[in-house]
Design a protein around this ligand. Structure first.
Ligand code: GLY
Length: 319
């Protein structure tokens, strides 16, 4: 082992209601732990982020996998992306239904297809060859998602409601493994009342996620259309490549997004030195980090906004 293993996960940037704060933070910590176990046993960063995001997708508290919100037709349509920083390989799925873990399907697209993104049934067909679990609609639709659909109804109201006042959006994980490689994984059910066929930023490289060993691994959460317009995660990675620390790059990019296109959101980022950051312009964002010191948070007042390079020697002793 010749590097420092670190994982950072998030469960969405938004105004998380008080009654969901505890469950959200616990869910993020559990997902980070699941991913970290992979890293600790010498596993790859791509395996770690898929494991962590699968845990978040299985948790009905989050808007991804089980717990996904409903589109304008009252249906589930999920989106996910994985990217590895050693090869810049990308796999994504958009508007996929029935796959219990869209992130696992995105991984199959990465490993087994010459493409970066498959739409709808195309991803599911590939997943079937691998016996990726499928579920009926009832599995995905929570009481909470149904209530949101009734309350928000229209997409614009949902965007204003989610990011400016309430609720969860998107999950993600970034990891650095013992071999010094970076990866990211992002997953979402999108935004309540989104049009049938809308593709989320969470499926698009450089928008909901980006990973390159020469810059950083980054995951974003927030209003997808705003994130797409400024290529939020690629922008953050480019700032890191230009010399900023992840903890400096995220707020700079969020500020740019807000001033250019008016959106709000949040992001996590990690580089090959183990420097990491989390920041958000929404009221809350759930996140957890393991590797070096283990930390987590939801509110800004609890957030340690990132750190400089972790102590590599100390970290390898932990392994
Ligand atoms: N960030 C989630 C979405 O806009 O779909």
């Amino acid at each position: 082992m010749n590097g420092v293993p670190v994982i950072v996960v998030h469960g969405g940037a938004s105004k998380i209601p008080d009654h969901l704060v505890y469950e959200s933070e616990q869910g993020a910590k559990l997902a980070a732990l699941e991913g970290y176990k992979v890293l600790k046993s010498g596993g790859s960063c791509i395996d770690a982020v898929v494991k962590a995001v699968s845990s978040l997708e299985d948790n009905p508290v989050f808007d991804a996998g089980r717990g996904s919100v409903l589109n304008e037709a009252g249906e589930i349509a999920m989106h996910s992306l994985v990217m590895r920083g050693d090869t810049c390989g990308v796999g994504g799925v958009a508007c996929i239904q029935h796959a219990r873990n869209p992130v696992q399907v995105a991984r199959i697209v990465l490993d087994e297809s010459p493409h970066c993104l498959l739409l709808g049934d195309a991803g599911l067909k590939m997943a079937r060859k691998h016996n990726i679990p499928e579920e009926s609609v009832d599995y995905f639709v929570t009481e909470h998602a149904t209530e949101r659909f009734k309350n928000f109804g229209e997409y614009v109201k949902a965007v204003n409601g989610i990011y400016n006042t309430k609720e969860h959006d998107t999950v993600g994980a970034v990891a650095l493994d013992c071999h010094g490689n970076l990866a990211c994984a992002t997953s979402t059910g999108g935004i309540t009342a989104q049009k049938v066929g809308r593709v989320s930023d969470a499926a698009l490289v450089g928008c909901g996620g980006y990973a390159d060993n020469e810059s950083a691994a980054v995951c974003a959460s927030g209003h997808g259309e705003a994130i797409m317009k400024v290529n939020l995660t690629k922008t953050i990675a480019s700032y890191v490549e230009a010399g900023l620390a992840p903890k400096e790059a995220i707020p700079k990019a969020l500020k740019k997004m807000n001033s250019r296109v008016g959106g709000s959101g949040g992001a996590i980022a990690l580089d090959t030195r183990g420097r990491w950051g989390v920041n958000f312009t929404t009221e809350r964002m759930t996140w957890a980090r393991i590797g070096g010191s283990d930390v987590s948070g939801v509110d800004k007042k609890f957030v340690e906004f990132g750190c400089d390079a972790v102590n590599i020697k100390k970290e390898c002793v932990r392994l």
